[in-house]
Design a binder for this molecule. Structure first.
Ligand code: F6P
Length: 541
């Protein structure tokens, strides 16, 4: 279902007028002209609170943005995704990640198949397996219980569980450590295995395809490490998999009973609510994992049903389009004020950039707008002492998302209040800044004034939640998943394929022989890489 070109919609014209009207107006002015703006420009979804008052918008701008979504037919597109329509056009399949967190009693039949029943059957198997590992009923080949789980996977088969494990470390109550190995750089696996006892190590091979170069290479090396210590017969007690490819997993030596399925309709970057979350479930337990799923589902329902004006993912997605397409903003800073969320920016990078880094529309014609926000970031307060200077006084427009929590999991004195005060201080300073007059009034020497002016007027969102729990983490991730969907739908691109990445994968396999074999591989090596191959071979010796 192709959407109408958004630039041809009446709302787009109104937004052009809004853009002209707002250009050059400072957030200080918008606040002064609109008492109660902060209260009005906020909304809640589940446990999440969004303050969007520090954006370059008036109530009228928001109305125009919402109208844009309506005129573009976003509602139909949302319904299509939730119904299991084939919204992933180029791969001709649904994008049904929302089905991974539907409650057990729900109904969704796709191509004659009860999706919810299938999802919960796998969740039950995962619960049973991880329960046995956590209670030490599952033992390794020599009878040792599992002390460390090593998740081997890459992209969506790594970033989701790795980010969530870091976020929910405080809930990891079974005394099982989880390591994540993704990079084909052997340093990754070596770091993870250093000091581990093979007899007490369980590998989870997380790969939808069981075919990804990095994952297969790491899994093969890990297998060797294990069999060197414990022998071939140990493989099935120390390797399990999350994969659609049961046959390949079995050839590797994994018992099919310990292969946990995924479905083609769950994209890699949207899959950790399913079996890709196995290592996470081992750490936090099935009950907590279900709380995470319920958190996702809460926001799914909000996204599916809330009117656009009160719809958090819709508004955030529209604001991203506002800055990208009207103000030529190139990037968005993700600034969680939570050390536990230190992998969130990396996770969101894949989610947003692999999904929306596209330049043709669903029908193959070029997109005439910039697509795909570049996400980046670091937790506060560390970022403040690294890159915030550019946010404060640099020349670029960089919208930012601040993410904060009211309650810490555990506090040390007033450290959590200090953290939150820092977040508020940054929000205030980025929005309002410090003018030349204010500097002069404070007696700053005239020559220094220009250097000490902090312009403010930096657009930003603040997202608050009571506390970082499995549920609020799920809510937060679902929020961004749907932001991605909204933007992809309005740009009319396929957010669920990644052909650029696929080409790189093929090319790596094509070039490998030129690096390792004696024969010349003129067919593979052309002008672009010939010199580099030569230097590499020379240096490698
Ligand atoms: O990076 C491309 C990609 O296909 C991701 O979408 C996916 O998460 C990752 O590779 C890993 O794929 P697999 O789970 O099949 O190993």
């Amino acid at each position: 279902m192709a959407l109408r070109d958004i630039t041809a919609l009446p709302a787009w014209e109104s937004l052009r007028a809004q853009h002209a009207d707002l250009t050059g107006r400072h957030l200080r002015e918008l606040f002064a002209a609109d008492p109660g703006r902060a209260e009005r420009m906020s909304l809640t979804a589940g446990d999440l609170y969004l303050d969007y008052s520090k954006h370059w918008v008036t109530a009228e701008t928001v109305e125009c943005l919402v109208r844009l979504a309506e005129e573009a037919g976003l509602r139909k597109r949302i319904d299509a995704m939730f119904n299991g329509d084939r919204v992933n056009l180029t791969e001709d399949r649904p994008a049904l990640h929302v089905a991974l967190r539907l409650p057990a009693g729900a109904e969704l039949v796709v191509d004659g198949q009860d999706v919810v029943g299938d999802v919960h059957a796998v969740l039950r198997r995962m619960g049973d397996f991880t329960g046995r590992v956590r209670t030490k009923q599952w033992r390794g080949a020599t009878g040792e219980p599992v002390a460390t789980v090593v998740n081997i996977g890459i992209g969506g088969s790594d970033l989701g569980p790795a980010m969530a494990y870091e976020a929910l470390r405080d809930y990891a109550d079974a005394g099982i450590d989880v390591q994540f190995v993704s990079n084909v750089d052997p340093a990754d696996l070596r770091n993870a295995l250093a000091g581990l006892d093979p007899a007490a190590t369980l590998f989870v091979i997380s790969s939808k395809s069981f075919d990804t170069l990095e994952t297969v290479a790491n899994a093969t090396a890990a297998r060797k490490w294990l069999t060197n210590a414990l022998g071939e017969a140990a493989v099935s007690r120390h390797f399990v998999a999350a994969s659609t490819n049961v046959a390949k997993a079995e050839r590797f030596g994994i018992d099919p009973a310990n292969v946990f399925g995924i479905w083609s309709w769950a994209g890699g970057r949207l899959s950790f609510c399913g079996s890709v979350g196995l290592s996470l479930m081992t750490a936090i337990g099935a009950e907590r994992f279900h709380e995470l799923l319920n958190g996702f589902h809460t926001i799914d329902e909000h996204f599916r049903t809330a009117p656009f004006r009160q719809n958090m993912p819709v508004l955030m997605g529209l604001l991203g389009i506002w800055y990208t397409n009207f103000f030529d903003a190139q990037t968005r800073a993700i600034l969680p004020y939570s050390r536990r969320l230190h992998r969130l920016p990396a996770y969101l990078q894949q989610l947003m950039m692999e999904s929306n880094g596209k330049s043709v529309r669903g029908d193959g014609t070029p997109v005439r707008l910039n697509t795909g926000e570049v996400f980046w970031g670091e937790p506060g307060t560390n970022g403040q002492h690294a890159f915030f200077q550019l946010l404060h006084q640099g020349t670029r427009t960089i919208p930012a998302d601040f993410i904060g929590f009211a309650e810490p999991y555990a506090d040390l004195g007033n450290m959590h209040d200090l953290l939150f005060a820092n977040m508020l201080a940054q929000v205030w300073t980025l929005a309002f800044g410090k003018s030349a007059e204010e500097n002069s009034e404070e007696g700053v020497p005239a020559a220094l004034v220009p250097h000490k002016v902090v312009p403010g007027n930096r657009p930003l969102s603040v997202i608050l939640a009571p506390r970082l729990t499995p549920s609020t983490l799920g809510q937060l991730v679902a929020l961004y998943e749907h932001v991605m969907f909204v933007q992809g739908a309005l740009w009319d691109i396929d957010s669920f394929d990644q052909w650029g990445v696929e080409l790189g994968k093929e090319k790596a396999l094509d070039l490998l022989p030129a690096l390792t074999s004696e024969a010349s591989h003129a067919g593979h090596v052309d002008e672009v890489v010939r010199a580099l191959v030569g230097v590499y071979r020379l240096l490698r010796g």
